[in-house]
Design a protein around this ligand. Sequence first.
Ligand SMILES: *[C@@H]1O[C@H](CO)[C@@H](O)[C@H](O)[C@H]1NC(C)=O
Length: 340
Amino acid sequence: MGAKVPFQQYLILILLVLGGIVILNLCMPPTSYPPLFGGGVQSELHQADLVQPARLEFTALRRPVATLPKNWVSHNEIAIQALFQCMQNVNCGQNQTKIVLLQYHPFIDEIQETHEGGEVIWARSTVRALERLGYTFIYSPNNDRAIQLYHIFRGLITAIFTEESDVNGCYKDPKCIQSVKNPSGIPLWKLFAWNWWTGAVGPLKNKWTMNPEDYQLEGKGFRPNNYLGYSVEPACSARPFVPHSERKRQAYVLAKEMSYFVPKQTAWASDFYDDAHKAADVEFVSGVRGQPTPDFPSRLTNLGYMTPSDFYDHLSHSLVLVGVGSPLTQVPLYLLILQI
Ligand SMILES: *[C@@H]1O[C@H](CO)[C@@H](O)[C@H](O)[C@H]1NC(C)=O
């Protein structure tokens, strides 16, 4: 019995010493551990060198929305953040988890306001529709970016609206297109080629080729692509209506190029404009780019290439819109601006 007493005393002493070391450690900041345990590789590190998450400002990770530049990068940032947030809070809108990648270049021209042509007007109308339906859309300038986004969002990406060259480029690139060897690639059926004209694009052809106009109306036997259509209504309704009594006795002739007046192609012979002027007392104006050619009707006043706002202005002060046969399908669209 007597021999066991010193052993228990030693045990208590050892436990007290160990307990003391533990308490001492808990009271010290973590950066002072290395010297305590004989230095080590981290002894060169100073506290200031360490990243301290608590000190990172939230705004350094993401700037306030109001200060973001208006470009596609900022749009992506806002859209992705909203998507992650709604998924975390389990309160996404009905279509918010359906992502559409916008890779047809006019989509980027539209948001950056770098260009204003028919393709951009088509893109703007599409973006408005996606916004209204509550889809998440993310801009992607090329296939490399699309692949990265596809690796992140996968099944959430429902469609990619892209260039003809990028559909074919991805299809031919084993690292881009989904296949047995590349299961994390982009499925071919998610790639939609955006084409202003009538050709069919890519291996999936017509149904995967989007058109702004219904070219079947031209009656030339084109195999129909996927007719999407577009609207200029917001741009029209933003302008004041000009009462007919305040308009000029003016007819607007819709034509962009001098080549539209080549006799074989144009809808009206040159003397049509003279006769119509005499019969109805109207002046004819147009906004055609380039130098006038001998085919350009002398009765027609060319206002030249103009801004969209000037174009709408001349249209809204006209009594009638005259098509010249090319392009066949766009005239009805701009009748809206005349609001006849
Ligand atoms: C979601 O999109 C579908 C078409 O894909 C549409 O019919 C529906 O109205 C949209 N939902 C909302 C809330 O806009």
